[in-house]
Design a protein around this ligand. Sequence first.
Ligand code: ASP
Length: 355
Amino acid sequence: MKPSYKRVVPFLLILLASYQSAFGQGKKPNIVILATGGTIAGAAATGTQSSYTSGKVTIDAMLDSVPGIRDLANLKGEQIANVGSQDMTFEIMLKLAKRINELLASNDTDGIVVTHGTDTLEETTFFLNLTVKSDKPVVMVGSMRPSTAISADGPLNLYDAVAVAADPQAKGRGVLVVMNDWIQGAHSLTKTSTTAVQTFMSPLRGVVGISAYGKNDFYNSPSWKHTTSSEFDTSDVNKLPRVDIIYGDVDMSPDLIDCSVRNGAKGIVIAGVGNGNMNKASIDAAARAVKQGVVVVRSSRVVTGTVGRNVEVKDDELGFVASDELNPQKSRILLSLALLKTQSPEQIQQMFATY
Ligand code: ASP
């Protein structure tokens, strides 16, 4: 007996629909969004108000405000913290690294997006770049305008961040930052404007790629060691050693260095002038610190360029470390992690050449 079309067609349609929902859905990557606060979650009373409070909007409310974002991936949100990133702490950063490692170890998670304030976004990004143990995409995102502003930049940034985290091409490039169409690498980006939407730049290395309305184009991969090739493991760490940054300027006061040592710093980063320089009195204070077992890293307050060994300062003789390409705030992150493993300036210098 021939089956009638009337009977078979609806059956086939049902079969097709269930195939699409089972396999079409299954094909979408699973992305977890870990929210920490920042301007992207900020709110003001009106759309034109310059004052606002960071970390007011929850991750679910943020996701609901981005049209089409759930078409890119299966999304789950988790609130890790809800602070302006000026209040970010090492405690939260350690918690974030642990949670990311936990999630990425499972086959159920294909990538992570972290929403974060922009003020200290480069520190958390670099910290995660050294402590995440997976080559799956981890993408940081923030915004310069609060969610309530006219032309808020958060929604498109979040959309693009999810598109990058869902993209297999983003794998193995270390922790990335996606903001204002640009995909940038943890090692090289820095915040360059207090207010501009195009605030993050990578002056020495350039962008890793572009993400435009969720379409990604990758140009290069950061060449520094990161994630799976990093030697740093914070899974059992609850506290990082104290490292202070001391700003160099004309006629700087050397007693700031002595004060930092007295207060228990295990490392000091000098945001020096020019090529990581400081005046003679401060060099002497830094040399005294080294003699007491404190590791001194010379970085620079200048926004681009490298700090090289023994250029104007006798690093070999005085036992200092030169920061290479790392700015003071990222030098502080690397030095804090390095001090968990060693106090040897030679070994730490090697790390600054590697990470
Ligand atoms: N103060 C804010 C923060 O870092 C600024 C921002 O997110 O753009 O949380």
